[in-house]
Ligand binder design. Sequence first.
Ligand code: PRP
Ligand code: MG
Length: 212
Amino acid sequence: MTKIRIAVQKSGRLNEDSLQILKDCGISIDNGKDQLKATAMNFPLEVFYLRNGDIPQYLRDGVVDIAIIGENVLIEKGQDISIAEKLNFSKCKVSLAIPKTVKYNSVKDFEGKKIATSYPNTVLQYLKSKGVTADLHIINGSVEIAPNIGLADGICDIVSSGSTLFKNNLKEVEVILKSEAVLAVSPLISEERKEILKKMQFRIKSVLQARQ
Ligand code: PRP
Ligand code: MG
């Protein structure tokens, strides 16, 4: 029997809520903890646990048909991938921040400055739209530490509760975008799997409505 293949974040902030929404849709997943793949017992669905940043490429290649992923990741790496449903959880912002003690006037202050980030495309697009040129220092994690160790003048990263900024003596100065978890769809999904997706979306919509 044909199954729809969904990518879910392997670990991190989306993982738990992603599995919860599937569960609330009445889909039971047989979860051996360390398995990277699981099968639903009562719905034609296979779950692949993947790294966040790899998911856009898997969708593009049609290795998975759908994914639960942060909109911010699609904006950074998958602007060609379509969104079927916004899921109303894992809300966050992608923001620019600088040391608390540094005076800030406008985004022009970033001209010629060094910005540490894991979101180079997002920052570049934003700065370009403002006519600002800055120097990017691309790192994969613990971005907020960069200004404190003299690696950058500012950062661009995800802000959720704001506690990471606070702990690192940084202040948010520009919000580039707001994001939440979304259901994304591969451009290569087959007609047969589109039918399964329709059934899933129907359930997801009812779950989201009931949560309100
Ligand atoms: C994420 C993100 C921010 C932080 C934002 O990092 O990169 O640093 O969470 O959340 P907050 O506003 O609630 O503090 P994560 O903890 O996932 O670690 P990483 O950056 O090292 O991957
Ligand atoms: Mg971080």
